[in-house]
Design a binder for this molecule. Structure first.
Ligand code: SF4
Ligand code: FES
Length: 245
């Protein structure tokens, strides 16, 4: 392992699966690995947003202890393991739980091929749901003239919540309830998206990693089979493509 002095001017180095990764002051493990062109699976993290640490897809072992790569700060000499059978199995289980607790029917979803949940599951080698499906009854809100909100597909990543608060300054979305009762709510007099301040041009309207929040009247503009994650796996796609501009 390379020895590096760490201070505000000099980067430090940690090891990810035996590869040296440089980091700067304040970097999380996820930020440093992403900048170095590496991939750690993630759903609730996106470059440019403060980390949320809820999906646990990015779980790695840091010096032998489990931690979320999107929230653990990088430090010199850390030994980080990500690409191990133990962690791949854990991530597959988390993905299977996400699939069964919502209603995700990829072949009929407009987001298919552009969906981070689907692409992450492919990457993780998930071949079936494993657990019994919950088939919850959830709302579809088509009240907005330009946007559709389908809570059947919401994975509660809170990217729209953070985008609306931090980037749009609107607080259109929030999460209410806990555990299995947690759900996305819309801040408007009626609770409907059509009565909210959300515009199709807002960051919050464009950030959803799955097909829960979609623009209307743009279905199948790109054929299935030619979409982003149809062309290359999520591990080879740059997370910076999706970062807020
Ligand atoms: S609507 Fe999309 S962005 Fe918002 S919490 Fe649900 S999955 Fe995440
Ligand atoms: S990406 Fe780290 S917890 Fe979701």
């Amino acid at each position: 392992m390379t020895s590096h002095r760490i201070d505000a001017l000099s980067p430090g180095v940690f090891s990810l699966d035996g590869r040296d990764i440089e980091f700067g002051p304040g970097d999380t493990i996820m930020q440093a690995v992403t900048r170095a062109g590496g991939y750690i699976p993630h759903l609730c993290w996106m470059e440019g947003f403060h980390p949320h640490g809820s999906c646990r897809l990015c779980t790695v072992k840091v010096n032998g202890r489990m931690g979320a790569a999107c929230t653990v700060l990088a430090s010199t000499g850390q030994i980080v393991e990500s690409d191990t059978e133990e962690l791949r199995t854990l991530r597959r289980t988390l993905l299977q739980m996400l699939f069964v607790e919502g209603n995700h029917f990829c072949p009929s979803c407009e987001k298919s091929g552009n969906c981070r949940l689907q692409a992450t599951a492919y990457e993780a080698g998930m071949t079936g749901p494993h657990f019994e499906e919950f088939y919850p009854q959830r709302k579809v809100d088509a009240s907005h003239p330009d946007l559709l909100l389908d809570l059947n597909r919401c994975i509660l990543c809170e990217l729209c919540v953070r985008a609306s608060h931090d980037l749009d300054g609107k607080d259109v979305f929030a999460v209410s309830g806990h555990g299995i009762d947690a759900h996305l709510v819309v801040n408007s007099p009626s609770g409907l998206l059509g009565d909210s301040a959300l515009l199709a041009t807002d960051h919050a309207a464009k950030v959803c990693p799955v097909g829960a929040l979609l623009p209307k009247r743009q279905g199948f503009a790109v054929p299935i089979g030619k979409r982003k994650f149809d062309l290359k796996p999520i591990s080879a796609s740059s997370p910076f493509d999706e970062a807020p501009q």
